[in-house]
Design a protein around this ligand. Sequence first.
Ligand SMILES: Cc1cc2nc3c(=O)[nH]c(=O)nc-3n(C[C@H](O)[C@H](O)[C@H](O)COP(=O)(O)OP(=O)(O)OC[C@H]3O[C@@H](n4cnc5c(N)ncnc54)[C@H](O)[C@@H]3O)c2cc1C
Length: 388
Amino acid sequence: MRGTAVVVGGGLGGLTAAVALHRVGWRVTVLERAPEFGEVGAGIGVMPNALRALDALGLGEAVRHDGTPRLPGGVRDHRGRALGHLDAAELERAGRLVAIHRADLHRVLRSALPAECLVTSADVVEVVPRVRYLADGDPVELEADLVVAADGIGSRVRSRLWPEVPAPVYSGTTAWRAVTDHTGDLEIGQYLGPGTEFGVLPLAAGRVYWYAATLSAPGLRAPDELAEVVRLCGDWADPIPALLAGTPGGSVLRHDVHELAAPPSTYVHGRVALLGDSAHAMTPFLGQGACQAIEDGVVLAAACADADTVAAALTRYDRERGPRTRSVARASRLMGRVGHGLRHPAAVAVRNALMRSVPTGVALSGMTRFSAWTPPALAAPPSPDRPV
Ligand SMILES: Cc1cc2nc3c(=O)[nH]c(=O)nc-3n(C[C@H](O)[C@H](O)[C@H](O)COP(=O)(O)OP(=O)(O)OC[C@H]3O[C@@H](n4cnc5c(N)ncnc54)[C@H](O)[C@@H]3O)c2cc1C
């Protein structure tokens, strides 16, 4: 089936859905509220599952080229001692992930769409019975066979059409992110200290993305956020002190982490589908939030290509995406609790001892539990001789 789709929101989720639908011959319009398309100045880990989804869209190579394909790094304590061991061959079996700047990933996705599909400064206010948005304050209406609500954790579409879904809640963790320069070869690394964790993802061209997450009351802000991270992690294992010392002051982003603790039981309402954070905003402790949004887009397009009606396509989308995304979200929450969520030294010592004693097979299956996913086949793109 082919048809017309409006995608509300041009984040990583909305753009992936738009590329995937375009690829199977749908006419797509992306409505983005911001005056420009873009992403926050931080990195992201594209896990093997999302990389396969991007491969299905023909974009995997561009993402590998603009990012750095790496073996997943091991988990260490804050002094740098390994918490368990997996050798390179086992890690290779788990699959490489690509660390990439968010802006680069966003650009790769945008480059796969005709410019006329992309509309900025378009604030969507309604999606039923028609899509209605404000362009510089003037109302504009659009008809579409399918509406993809990819308008993020604070989704207006969700609050209008799913009023019973509770608002997102604070997860108890605040997070800092920055991109800095670094010379020398760095590995991907995750360091767990009491109540705080630090992550390192080397990007292309000598840049490194780092993040720190700590238990905190909500809404706190420091006059100098970099100094706050130095206070928490400045004496941790190498390369953390050097990365912090090389980070330009003022370039550190801080966000309190929120999640949809009680996500909708269905992502579908008539011809409207929730996608990405609007459906299943999760904590970032498995690095899967955007990866799940990317999966959503490919599954939605495959369902739309294969089904005879939008209703049938959305039934399949809901069936395939609901259980998986809710399970990833639960696992991510748990990962936070047993990771930086432990603050008491005795609890941290027990956790670390347990992690060191986990057999490699169990550790490997834990790593591949979600990243082993493979995307559905996408129908061939329409031939240029048969424009849709
Ligand atoms: C600290 C942190 C670290 C993270 N790290 C990772 C990671 O390593 N790996 C990973 O996979 N995920 C990670 N995530 C999660 C990831 O960032 C999100 O899951 C992902 O960006 C969600 O994409 P989205 O497109 O669904 O939503 P968004 O990125 O929120 O995009 C929504 C878009 O909709 C637009 N919009 C909103 N309302 C309207 C409207 N009314 N009309 C028009 N447009 C509208 C917004 O302007 C925005 O552009 C992290 C999250 C955090 C907070």
